[in-house]
Ligand binder design. Structure first.
Ligand code: GDP
Ligand code: GDP
Length: 436
């Protein structure tokens, strides 16, 4: 698994500043699930070929009461989820009783903890860190998060015990088949769906289920085709509904999204859409992962409730309309088999390759039936298109003055490409370049 770094410390010591710096790399993604985790913020970063996840917490004041107690709870939960704790203190404010209280928390914790003295810009490092030895957490490490001073060196050292590894999932599935991840908030029916997917007739589940890539992988075969179910959250093992549902873990959800080729996101028709669903979906969209949406618990719903759910989806999930939408009952198996063609199509779309000729000809047809507008008397020219990447597909459009293309025209083009190429189930990215 990717190492998880939690940032803890009193409010105002510079945690958010450090978080932003650590997640600002090219691969950075910020997953902010406010409704779900209150103050915890998750982001990914990359340094020297090593990926990591950072959790920013609301902060511990050391004098927990009221709102601070809630924040401390968040910090403690983040520490639980983390492999490494960076405990930040403030060189300018100096050692504080609250720091002492937090240090006491951290000393009893088994997690690898680094004492980080922030805001040392313009200060002598040795004298700025001297008083913090007293915390008994080892050598205080001076940084200036706002200026990046010593930050890379520190993170390099923090990540040293973790092996460098390729985090990307190959598009070539070899003989193993598409990797499917099932995600969603608690109680929407993930576990029921997973067991249904694996328990269906004609499905052969192989015994060799193992932990090949750290995630639990369950290879199976359906109608002669191989698939792999990626079960980072361990939903498969939870056979008994009376078992207490595992606490929803964002880390595990992030892993599931990273480890699969296509994610099935489960929504609950009985509880309707909630903020958590939207945040999760937004995150999947940002990662560019192929996606199939399954609205579960569709069984026995009154038609009025069905209409309400459909309307809600239409109104609030417009941004995810690239994904196939299924109404299913994991409990009874209704509609579950229909997920497979969508999974196949999403995977194929995400990894498709199109020739420059084909893309350019689609572009020219689109331009012919609907000309780009004039800009200062000159017509914007769009000349050719080529593929700049896949999973998600990137289409690069070359022309003149493309920077002046109105949003509506860009949308027209992107919709046209999507339709003609029959792309479903994956986001698509478009880049417009101007040249001579
Ligand atoms: P948080 O409450 O722990 O998340 O702290 P913030 O990241 O919001 O930072 C609190 C204040 O400290 C802000 O005004 C930052 O600009 C400032 N700050 C953060 N890092 C540094 C630093 O390295 N040097 C200095 N001088 N100020 C910093
Ligand atoms: P998870 O936390 O997302 O893994 O959710 P579970 O699979 O444990 O399901 C939560 C509850 O919803 C259980 O009581 C299930 O029996 C119930 N459930 C799951 N799928 C369906 C469905 O299709 N229809 C109905 N009516 N209930 C379902």
């Amino acid at each position: 698994m990717t190492p998880v770094i939690a940032l803890v410390g009193r409010p105002n010591v510079g945690k958010s500043t450090l978080f932003n710096r650590l997640t600002r790399t090219r691969d950075a993604l910020v997953a902010d699930f406010p409704g779900l985790t209150r103050d915890r913020k998750y982001g990914n970063g990359m340094l020297g070929g090593k990926a990591y996840t950072v959790i920013d917490t609301g902060g511990i004041s050391g004098d927990e009461d009221g709102i601070d107690a809630a924040m401390a709870e968040q910090s403690l939960a983040a520490i639980d989820e983390a492999d490494i704790v960076l405990f930040l203190v403030d060189a300018r404010a100096g050692l504080n009783v609250a720091d002492q209280a937090i240090a006491n928390h951290l000393r009893v914790n088994q997690k690898k903890t680094w004492l980080v003295v922030n805001k040392t810009d313009g200060l002598d490092e040795d004298s700025a860190t001297a008083e913090f030895w007293e915390l008994g957490l080892g050598e205080p490490r001076p940084i200036a998060a706002a200026h990046g001073r010593n930050v890379t060196t520190l993170i390099d050292e923090v990540l040293a015990p973790f092996p460098e590894r390729d985090e990307s999932i190959p598009a070539d599935t070899g003989t193993k088949g598409i990797r499917i991840g099932v995600i969603g908030r608690p109680n929407v029916g993930k576990s029921t769906l997973v067991n249904r997917l694996l328990g269906e007739e004609r499905v052969v589940v192989f015994d060799e289920a193992g932990t090949t890539r750290d995630a639990i992988e369950i290879p199976f075969e359906r109608r002669g085709k191989p698939y792999v179910l990626v079960d980072t959250a361990g939903v498969r093992r939870r056979k008994n509904v009376h078992e207490i549902a595992e606490k929803f873990s964002i880390i595990k959800t992030l892993e599931a999204i990273k480890e699969c080729h296509v994610a099935i996101m489960v929504l609950d028709a009985r509880s309707g859409l909630v903020e958590q669903d939207l945040h999760l979906l937004d995150y999947v969209l940002t990662t560019g992962r192929a996606l199939v949406l399954a609205v579960n618990k569709w069984d026995g719903l009154e038609s009025e409730a069905k209409e309400k759910m459909r309307a809600e989806i239409k109104r609030r999930l417009g941004f995810a309309d690239y994904a196939d939408l299924h109404f299913i009952s994991a409990l009874h198996g209704t509609g579950v088999g229909d997920l497979y063609p969508s999974l196949e199509r999403a995977f194929a779309s995400a990894n498709a390759h199109w020739s420059t000729n084909r893309l350019t000809s689609i572009l020219q047809d689109a331009v012919e039936s609907h000309q780009p507008p004039l800009v200062r008397g000159r017509r914007i020219k769009l000349r050719m298109a080529h593929q700049g990447g896949s999973n998600p597909p990137i289409i690069v459009v070359h022309g003149n003055q493309t920077g002046s293309l109105p949003e509506a025209y860009r949308r027209y083009l992107t919709n046209t490409f999507r339709k003609v190429l029959k792309v479903r189930g994956t986001p698509m990215r478009f880049e417009f370049r101007s040249g001579s």
